[in-house]
Design a protein around this ligand. Structure first.
Ligand SMILES: [Zn+2]
Length: 179
């Protein structure tokens, strides 16, 4: 087991992020012309669903909302700024290339991303809980075919067993949440 890492998330090298509601048109986000920056897609409650760099947005989005790219994004972690790095370790195994940690500090959102995520990579530590502040894993449902994915976003404290039923917002047919 690795040495405990009690560093505060808020003290890590973080980048500022801009909140964008999920129903916002992609071309509207791109039209702001603020250069490359972190975008956090938020739901109707203003809570984060995923983060993406503005330069990674589709170039020809037509009228699509930014929620349409959720199915293409890797899992993310959402955690308060006063969490310890250690507290994220139980979720670290779910991180894939492009995953980031969205750090929440009151209303301010910042991004902890590669290459600074090394303390989390390759760790499979299972720490005793419970913790007062629980980091959440942000996942989208992978159910669907090559051209159409469900993409329903959900937040998890742990990987559920068995998977819950997906709300199936695109009416693809009843299915369990596809991890
Ligand atoms: Zn689904």
């Amino acid at each position: 087991m690795n040495a405990p890492n009690a560093e505060r998330l808020g003290d890590k090298p973080l980048e500022e992020a801009t909140r964008v509601p999920a129903e916002t048109a992609i071309r509207e986000v791109a039209a702001h012309g603020m250069g490359d920056r972190w975008i956090v897609i938020v739901d109707e409650m203003n809570k984060p669903l995923a983060a993406v760099r503005s330069e990674a947005l589709p170039e020809n989005p037509e009228g699509r909302p930014i929620s349409s790219i959720l199915a293409d994004l890797p899992p993310m972690i959402l955690a308060p700024a006063d969490s310890r790095v250690d507290e994220l370790l139980p979720l670290a195994a779910e991180l894939t290339p492009g995953s980031v940690v969205i750090v929440e500090d009151d209303d301010n959102l910042r991004i902890w991303s590669d290459p600074h995520l090394d303390p989390l990579r390759g760790s499979d530590a299972h720490l005793p809980g419970p913790y007062p502040r629980v980091p959440l894993l942000l996942k989208v449902c992978r159910y669907g075919g090559v051209f159409r994915h469900c993409g329903h976003p959900q937040r998890f404290v742990v990987k559920p067993q068995p998977m819950p039923d997906c709300p199936d917002p695109k009416n693809l047919g009843p299915h369990p949440f596809r991890w």
